[in-house]
Design a protein. Sequence first.
Length: 161
Amino acid sequence: MSAKAEADDNSTVRGQPGDSARAIGREVAFSSDAAGAASLKTVSAGSPAWDTAAALERVEGDRELLEELAQLFAAECPKAMQEIRDALEAKDAALLERHAHTMKGSSSNIGANGAAAAALLLEQRARSRDLAKAPEDFRILQAEIGRLMPELEALSSKRIK
């Protein structure tokens, strides 16, 4: 999160070059809590679970590659979510940060902006080492993954347009 966003409790962060929010490709509203960790105000806000156009742009229009990445994500996601859950239950902030970072990247790669934003929030919370609100952040990530998985599973019956 940018220094400007940290200074403003209700700021909307639009990514700048090198900024995680830009890598996700959407506006993400953050609010700083007393410990300085970011709190996500809205993730999905009526947006689709995944942005096919942005994902296609990311893979330079290669539909087959995007389908392969999406299918790989769908296959690996349950294990990744369990790793995040295990780190959270163990209160292992460093491990939680690493797994959330991985989820953020893989979500972003397929255009799953809501999931990527939720994983970013969890990653930032873990980096701050204040895990008090991390279970709530994890529930947000679970909800975003819950919206995403049916769309990814539908790929087996249709091609990406």
